[in-house]
Design a protein around this ligand. Structure first.
Ligand code: B12
Length: 456
């Protein structure tokens, strides 16, 4: 085994601390594949100490070093900095990037970044296969779908066109034990104490993928993969028993929407006599009496959903596939059952007018959504149709420079697509945000405040 393996979580500029789900999944799959590795999580480390800690942990002997990157919040620049430090220690270190951003633009990143390889899509099978391939002396792993690399100025690699993890069952993929989370490599005390201090829920993943095809959203995989309810409940029981935390947030887009999964989850939860509350996400049109009544009696505290715009024409133009007149009925249903809502809206569609924003304000007030949601600026995110359009029409001139400059993604205006002056768009953004934004509870301990305040 000539190369040791490291997976590194580099912080991003954010007002929140987030436990890296991706790292828990890679840690789990490496263990199941009997591959020894070290996880370096820089988030719990004091900001001023991160570089020193990283330098101490990276060996001088050549190693495989993996980083995750999401678009925005300066993360690409942070990752590049630490990848650069690793290469300073030994230029023969093999750097590989994975996650949403590298998956969305592998060629661009390989041409501009310090990484030698990029993993596009899911990592559960491809990452262990990549490591074994390097161990075997094969530095051109052409037979592993998803692995991209640069050679003599050209880029090689095959993008997986469907989910490659899990077995296909009917229209979906059943995720296996490979996709479970293993938390052993993380400083769980750091993350759990933060959640308790800020009264937040523990992020958990029940499924991956989305059937939607919105122009502004990037999909990591084609298809939907689901964990079995037993697997999900087992992960939840671990958190409840080991950390005395019984509030969860299903971060996957579809959890409540895959009704068979949700019902099965409830039946098994009841059978196990487990007690917890949770927030779940779904499209608003998936909400019905059955979900509400099942949810109310079984811990569903909040449904998070994207309404995006209150203008039907806009919803049609972005292929949202919902009718605004039905939305008010769905919101009323949630109210009737005493289930909270977190509603997401977007401003900045090219054809938006001031009237759209005045209507949005009315809609929020009429439906009691004050302090119950989030507002975003329409932002081109790498790998989306919107991004392509911006490149084609010259709104994004240099893709690499633009990616590096992405700041507080969705909450900071990057391009004004409307015909309104910037000040007018910003004015409505601020006014609607003040109305709808859920209050954020900030931590009190210095250890968290130091990390967050140094960022924004
Ligand atoms: C859950 C989620 C979140 C959660 C994260 C929770 C958590 N604790 O991790 C929350 C809600 C906090 C979140 C926030 C944001 N998110 Co988000 N999020 C997602 C979502 C729905 C799923 C991601 C996930 O956890 N999947 C499960 C894990 C297992 O998959 P994964 O992370 O992709 O990792 C797999 C592979 O990518 C690969 N892999 C990952 N890393 C690495 C590293 C190496 C070395 C290797 C080899 C492989 C590898 O292997 C893993 C296992 O298969 C995706 C949607 C999507 N389609 O991916 C959006 C998504 C990733 N988010 C996105 C964005 C933009 C954000 C925000 C920046 C938006 C915002 N401003 O609010 C913020 C970040 C805020 C912050 N403060 O940092 C974008 C990223 C776009 C892009 N091209 O980069 C996505 C794709 C949404 C979208 N459709 O636009 N997000």
């Amino acid at each position: 085994m000539p190369y040791d393996v490291f997976i590194v979580n580099v912080s991003r500029k954010s007002v929140q601390v987030q436990l890296p789900i991706w790292l828990t999944v890679l840690a789990n799959t490496l263990r199941l594949h009997n591959i020894d590795f070290d996880a370096i999580d820089l988030v719990p480390v004091d900001t001023a100490d991160r570089e020193r800690v990283f330098r101490e942990r990276i060996p001088s002997k050549p190693a495989i070093i993996g980083f995750n990157i999401m678009a925005g919040n300066d993360q690409i620049n942070q990752v590049e900095k630490f990848a650069g430090i690793a290469l300073d220690i030994n230029p023969e270190h093999i750097i590989i990037y994975g996650g949403a951003l590298p998956s969305s633009m592998p060629e661009l990143l390989l041409n501009n970044c310090k990484c030698a390889y990029i993993l596009v899509g899911e990592g559960e099978k491809a990452f262990p296969a990549f490591i074994r391939s390097i161990w075997a002396g094969n530095f051109r792993p052409d037979n592993i779908p998803g692995i991209f690399y640069r050679l003599n100025g050209s880029i090689f690699g095959i993008k997986p066109d469907k989910m490659i993890v899990g077995a296909r069952v009917n229209n979906m993929y059943q995720l296996t034990a490979l996709s479970a989370s293993n938390y052993e490599s993380l400083d769980m005390e750091f993350y759990i104490k933060y959640l308790k201090e800020t009264n937040q829920s523990f992020d958990i993943m029940g499924s991956r993928g989305c059937k939607g095809n919105c122009s502004f959203c990037h999909k990591l995989v084609q298809g939907i993969g689901v964990k079995s309810p037993d697997m999900i409940l087992d992960e939840m029981a671990g958190i409840i028993n080991n950390h005395d935390l019984d509030r969860f947030y299903f971060v996957d887009e579809n959890f409540l929407e895959i009704k068979a999964l949700y019902k099965d989850f409830i039946v098994k939860k009841q059978r196990l006599g487990m007690n917890f509350t949770y927030r779940g996400q779904c499209r608003i049109d998936a909400i019905d009496e059955e979900i509400c009544s099942l949810g109310r009696d079984n811990g569903l505290a909040v449904v998070a959903t994207g309404i995006e715009s209150v203008n039907q024409e806009t919803l049609n133009r972005v292929s949202k596939g919902i009718r605004i007149r039905d939305v008010e009925g769905k919101l009323a249903l949630l109210r009737k059952y005493g289930i909270g809502v977190s509603a997401n809206f977007i401003v900045g569609f090219p054809w938006d007018t001031e009237k759209d924003y005045i209507d949005m304000i009315d809609f929020i007030k009429r439906n009691g959504l004050e302090k119950k949601g989030k507002l975003s600026y329409l932002t081109p995110s790498p790998g989306t149709r919107l991004w392509r359009e911006c490149v084609n029409n010259g709104q994004i001139k240099d893709e690499w420079e633009f990616i590096k400059s992405l700041g507080n993604l969705f909450f900071e205006r990057t391009i004004n697509f409307t015909k309104l002056p910037d000040e007018v768009l910003d004015h409505y953004f601020n006014e609607i945000t003040a109305l709808i934004q859920r209050p954020v509870t900030y931590p009190k301990s210095d250890t968290y405040l130091e990390k967050l305040s140094s960022l924004y």
